[in-house]
Design a protein. Structure first.
Length: 165
């Protein structure tokens, strides 16, 4: 595998782990904890695991890892949502100065960094639960997502030559 291929594979794994973690933390209480596909990430999470061919045992193990980190992550996710809303209100208010916007954006960035570190810890435990074939499939899925994102970005810039890369 080339260096670029390895980077794509690692990036793919990190993103899926992040999605698994975020979905479990954000929607891992009440009816969402049953894995019934509810919530914004529920159907996505179920499809991703289905595409990877995750077995029932693997799913149980992954859910166990996610559940272990939920008590630590859930309050951070809730705080991040609160701080993002505050930032949005500050921006939309129209009276905020640059210093206030930067200060609020820094709060959001700090929380996002904290969650990134937690996702890395989760991924360290989830990755060994997947087979080499599943991690390869994950790299393929990531490549598809990246292509879709690239196409979407290109469509947004069509007709505006000054913004094209």
């Amino acid at each position: 595998m080339t260096t670029k291929g390895k980077k794509i594979a690692i990036g793919s794994l990190v993103i899926v782990a992040g999605l698994l973690f975020t979905a479990a933390v954000s929607f891992g209480h009440g009816k969402h904890s049953r894995g019934d596909g509810d919530g914004p990430y529920g159907p996505f999470l179920e499809r991703a695991m289905e595409r990877l061919g995750v077995t029932g045992e693997q799913k149980t193990q992954i859910q166990g890892v996610l559940g272990k980190y939920r008590p630590e992550a859930e309050p951070v996710v809730r705080q991040m949502v609160t701080e993002r809303r505050a930032l949005r209100r500050l921006i939309q208010d129209g009276t905020a100065d640059e210093k206030a916007v930067r200060g609020q954006a820094a709060k959001v960035a700090t929380l996002e960094s904290d969650l990134a570190v937690m996702r890395a810890r989760v991924w360290k435990e989830v990755r060994p639960l997947l087979t080499p074939e599943q991690t390869a499939k994950l790299a393929e899925i990531q490549a598809e997502w990246e292509k879709k994102t690239d196409r979407s970005m290109e469509r947004r810039h069509q007709g505006r030559p000054e913004e094209k890369r």
